[in-house]
Design a protein around this ligand. Structure first.
Ligand code: GLP
Length: 245
């Protein structure tokens, strides 16, 4: 695993944007697996900036997002489709038809997940998957204790995830209880992974994920078995990675 430790959030965002840009420059028709959350926001802002300066071209890029809340319409401000439009897609020359996020309003979420798996296969798999990590070690919405073998599927969110994400909603009751997420199997099939983490609140999750045993209790720990992971973390998030950095 290649590890970059930066001074702060800004440095993490810039380094991650560099890695994603390199991917797009080297392979203009890359399939990018994208993530939402506060962690990658700065990276997307940096990519938009470089696009505006003429340094990046998304014309042939295809994207597939990790996850989406069940029950939120694409225009809902907390939906992940809205996040992606707002932070990246609306500001660069990506073909909207080449952007994929599970449909939160799908009448049959399980069928939507099966369709999503086919979309990923039809694109030839993911070249570079961006990941943040939850405070409990989740990646995407793969909560602790779920089987590693799953592709995209419907999950019931853990109480701690509902609480953590309630900061974005008017009240805790407004946070959806279910989501569709690429499974660990889908994530592990990506050719390369870019794991990002910022802040002290992620330090313990990173320590468990990268230096502890590989166990479904810490979903991100599976990344120890992936052949091509790059971690970009700021000092605070990397503060417990003794022996690794
Ligand atoms: C959510 C998302 C994850 C994300 C995690 C951490 O639950 N489904 O993909 O990595 O939260 O979010 P943040 O980056 O805001 O800390």
């Amino acid at each position: 695993m290649k590890i970059y430790v930066t001074d702060d959030y800004k440095g993490m965002s810039r380094k991650a944007a560099n890695i994603l840009s390199a991917q797009v420059i080297l392979k203009p028709n890359s399939v990018l697996g994208l993530a939402t959350g506060s962690t990658p926001e700065g990276m997307y802002a940096q990519l938009v900036d470089w696009y505006r300066k003429g340094d990046l071209d998304f014309a042939a890029v295809k994207t597939v997002n990790l996850d989406e809340y069940v029950g939120l319409e694409p225009t809902h401000e907390q939906s992940y489709r809205y996040f992606m439009q707002h932070h990246l897609f609306d500001h660069v020359n990506i073909n909207p038809a080449n952007t994929n996020v599970p449909d939160g309003l799908a009448a049959d979420p399980a069928a939507e997940c099966a369709w999503y798996n086919q979309v990923i296969r039809d694109m030839g798999g993911i070249d570079l998957q961006v990941l943040g990590v939850g405070g409990n070690g989740h990646i995407g919405f793969n909560e602790p204790g779920r089987a590693f073998e799953l592709e995209t599927h419907v999950v019931n969110l853990k109480e701690e995830t509902i609480s953590a994400n309630s900061r974005f909603f008017a009240s805790r009751d407004d946070v959806p209880r279910q989501a569709m997420t690429m499974g660990i199997k889908s994530i592990m099939m990506a050719k390369k992974i870019l794991l990002m983490a910022s802040g002290e609140a992620k330090a313990e999750a990173l320590r468990l994920a990268l230096t502890g045993p590989v166990t479904p209790e810490v979903p991100a720990s599976i990344l120890q078995l992936h052949p091509y992971v790059t971690l970009v973390a700021d000092k605070a998030a990397a503060s417990k990675l003794e022996g690794l950095v």
